[in-house]
Design a protein around this ligand. Structure first.
Ligand code: 5GP
Ligand code: MN
Length: 338
């Protein structure tokens, strides 16, 4: 599919429109930060914007401006469908294929209105008319900032927009430390701070909002559930349904857990398998050249980036771990070379 340049889109956005913004299943800081950053900007330009999420997102993201108006399609299917069907333009943020938004994808594919993709995941499938995509970009939030500049809106970036975009960049770069953090990322962040982004406060809002249960779950996982496989330079965690329940698990409580395994000396590949509601959510992280996007695609019905990916399997936790271990044997030489 041939996509159009941005000039016709700029023209399209020169008059007030009804706009829907959709982001991926289990939205993270970048998904919500980029979506709310863009929606606050488009609203300032006079558009009527609805942000739609396929399911809920963690409480530590609820402070962002516009959160209260976000439509959760799991809780309010009718409202989400109506917003999509009434939209004159649909923005798809932080995902590269429609299956990442589950049943919302089946609705969107049938709608003939212009679709705009803003994303940084590799190999996007061809479903959008306008594509603003860069794998090298640290985050979708950084791309949204570029998009705003390209639309001639840099001066409209205020504290609210800046805080949303700052948070998207901060969370997707692991607080500006992953290799995806470029000189340009820091320049964008400097512009956002000029526009009012509260850097230290945003960090507190995201990372200093733990409940006691969340900290105890982290402690339990670290001391009781970490499995280290030095021969594969790999470490992983599993948590089953009853362990989640024991610590009164809430959405987002295990976000970042997988990264602890990767902080170990000699470990280049980390995984986390979480059993919930009869399915196993898989998270993969790597250091260096080992491509976890390919690993997740190959065996875990998922995808993501080279150093951060995920997937989902409808197997028991034991079966998933068995599969993981047999794939480690297969991928051993690649992990070693990483
Ligand atoms: P996480 O482990 O934090 O859930 O996800 C890490 C990365 O992998 C994110 O960039 C996310 O977009 C991607 N990802 C997570 N789960 C899936 C999945 O089921 N399918 C695909 N294609 N990507 C995923
Ligand atoms: Mn992202």
């Amino acid at each position: 599919m041939k996509t159009k340049g941005l000039a016709p889109l700029k023209k399209l956005l020169s008059k007030p429109k009804r706009i829907a913004i959709v982001t991926h299943w289990s939205p993270d800081g970048d998904a919500i930060g980029s979506s709310l950053g863009l929606s606050n900007f488009l609203q300032k330009k006079g558009h009527a914007v609805t942000v739609i999420v396929p399911n809920e997102y963690p409480e530590f993201l609820h402070w962002m401006h516009g959160h209260k108006q976000v439509v959760d399609a799991m809780k309010n299917k009718k409202k989400a469908e109506t917003a999509l069907k009434n939209a004159e333009i649909i923005f798809c943020l932080d995902f590269n294929e429609l299956k990442r938004i589950n049943s919302l994808g089946e609705i969107i594919v049938k709608l003939s209105v212009p679709k705009v993709l803003i994303d940084h995941h590799p190999n996007p499938s061809e479903f959008a008319d306008y594509v603003f995509h860069k794998v090298e970009s640290s985050s979708t939030a950084e791309l949204v900032y570029d998009f705003i500049v390209k639309m001639g809106g840099a001066r409209l970036v205020d504290k609210h927009i800046a805080n949303c975009l700052y948070t998207g960049i901060m969370t997707d770069t692991g607080s500006f430390r992953f290799p995806s953090t470029s000189v340009k990322t820091h320049r964008v962040v400097a512009h956002l701070m000029d526009a009012g982004a509260e850097n230290s406060l945003n960090h507190n809002r995201i990372y200093d909002d733990n409940t006691e249960n969340r900290l105890r779950l982290l402690g339990f996982a670290l001391s009781e559930k970490l499995i280290v496989l030095p021969e594969f330079h790999t470490a992983f965690f599993t948590l089953n349904d009853s362990e989640h329940e024991r610590f009164h698990y809430q959405k987002g409580d295990t976000e970042g857990l997988v990264n602890y395994a990767l902080t170990m000396r000699g470990i280049v590949f980390a995984a986390f398998f979480a059993e919930r509601d009869g399915k196993v959510k898989c998270s993969f992280r790597s250091k260096g050249n080992f491509d976890v996007n390919l690993f997740a695609r190959a065996g875990f019905n998922g995808g993501g980036h080279k150093n951060a990916a995920g997937g989902m399997l409808e197997l028991s936790l034991e079966e998933v771990v068995k599969k993981f271990k047999s794939m480690l044997l297969e991928y051993n030489s690649k992990i070693k070379k990483a």
